[in-house]
Design a protein around this ligand. Structure first.
Ligand code: T4K
Length: 394
């Protein structure tokens, strides 16, 4: 007999423990944190590019396989610093199949104008449509690797080089993703990562800007500290985007657990793929290409599925059914853009059929480092029941 759940409980309550959420933060044990916390307190140096921040920058540079890396307070600041440091003004081509952090600065800052371009079947900006959207006012392309699935970099680079455009990547979902053995954060002028609690690697809140070449982040580094050059006058209009020592030491400890956490995530992906493929449901899209690719080393940050239909009916039915079973899947990035009056003037929904369809059909299933095979079976059974299909193992 399937247990039914009603209202979503308070996080941390006893009842919350029975819910399966889309993600769960990777957290270190208190005992592991204490010696580093004591170091920080003894040192009485708690922010402004302290030793833990510098150590984490070095460790992450190696782990992400990039030439330069600057830690910042969150992925949103990372984006703002990257854009401000390489695009003076003008039109920036991007997608609306993302989180508002991607385009907020472009909409809100009069220097910039976002031009929304459609996505392809891979959820990412479509290079052919990028080329078609270029005007004399275009200055940059800001491409999102949605779910950590790599954009078509070679084509985007060719187009940007030919038109003298900056190429930036929102790599918020990409911690640890490699293509052809190299870190994805090497692509474009700059890439930006998020280390929010909901991400594969987290510092509670946090993020970074990366680049391929060493010493190529000097402007970003100054802008994250109000634009000050130490000991000299202010050089840029900056912001306060500095990471503090507590979050850096938290990150250093969390990094020790990444490999094990990634193994569990990969296992969850494999279990979902096998159980869902066995259902042989008409109109169910699974991320087989990325997960089966030998070229892409993926991080299993998300497990998106598409439930093909006219409109949102099937996806929403599955979403509600899972919710009634205590499973909180998420419709990332469902309709964030088109549901807000803030974007009324920019509403290009009609001219972005790929974006609209993905928005209506997408569902991200729970995936994290604490999940078991039993959890995956629970999710897939909910989906199978929606379609009136029996699971093979039953
Ligand atoms: N670019 C892209 C493409 C992005 O997706 C994002 C952020 C950014 C840029 C900006 O990066 P940041 O400035 O955030 O570093 C989340 C995150 O807040 C956001 O970081 C993320 N993307 C976005 C896709 O998702 P919500 O509203 O879905 O989070 P929330 O609070 O509903 O949490 C989801 C689940 O995670 C909960 O049901 C349970 C679990 N959880 C969450 C938190 C915060 C926990 O177990 N513990 C926690 O502390 O936004």
């Amino acid at each position: 007999m399937t247990r039914r759940f009603s209202t979503i409980p308070e996080p941390g309550s006893a009842e919350w423990e029975n819910w399966l959420t889309v993600t769960s933060p990777l957290l270190p044990d208190l005992e592991e944190l204490l010696p580093l916390l004591k170091d920080m307190l003894d040192r009485r140096w708690v922010t402004n590019q302290g030793p833990f921040v510098r150590q984490l920058e070095t460790e992450l540079r190696d782990r992400l396989d990039v030439g330069a890396l600057a830690l910042v307070t969150n992925g949103t600041s990372a984006l703002e610093l990257a854009i401000r440091s390489c695009v003076e003004e003008g039109e920036v081509l991007c997608t609306s199949f993302s989180f508002p952090a991607t385009w907020n600065l472009l909409v809100d800052n009069p220097r910039y104008a976002p031009v929304f371009v459609d996505i392809g079947d891979d959820f990412n900006i479509d290079p052919a449509q990028v080329e078609a959207a270029i005007t004399p006012r275009t200055r940059a392309v800001l491409a999102v690797h949605a779910y950590g699935y790599p954009c078509k970099h070679a084509e985007l680079k060719r187009i940007c080089d030919a038109h003298d455009l900056a190429l930036l990547y929102d790599a918020a979902h990409c911690f640890g993703v490699r293509v052809g053995g190299r870190g994805i954060g090497r692509w474009g002028q700059f890439s930006t990562f998020s280390f929010h609690a909901t991400k594969v690697f987290n510092t509670l809140e946090g993020g970074c800007v990366t680049a391929a070449e060493p010493d190529s982040l000097q402007e970003v580094e100054l802008r994250r500290n109000f634009g000050f050059r130490p000991g000299e006058t202010q050089q840029y209009f900056g912001q306060n985007a500095k990471m503090d020592e507590f979050r850096a030491l938290f990150g250093l400890v969390t990094l020790r657990h990444m490999e094990q956490a990634q193994k569990v995530r990969a296992q969850v992906s494999a279990t979902y793929l096998s159980l869902l493929s066995a259902l042989q449901l008409d109109g169910l899209w699974l991320p087989k290409d990325v997960l089966g690719s030998t070229e892409i080393q993926h991080n299993h940050a998300y497990f998106p599925i598409r439930l093909e239909s006219e409109g949102t009916q099937i996806r929403d039915r599955v979403f509600e059914e899972l919710r009634s079973r205590g499973i909180l899947a998420r419709r990332y990035f469902s309709n964030l853009f088109n549901s807000s009056p803030l974007y009324a003037d920019l509403n290009t929904w009609g001219s972005l059929p790929g974006t609209r369809k993905a928005t209506q059909e997408i569902l991200c299933l729970p995936i994290h480092h604490e999940m078991t095979e039993e959890d995956c079976v629970r999710v897939v059974r909910g989906i199978a029941d929606c379609y009136g299909q029996e699971m093979r193992s039953e």
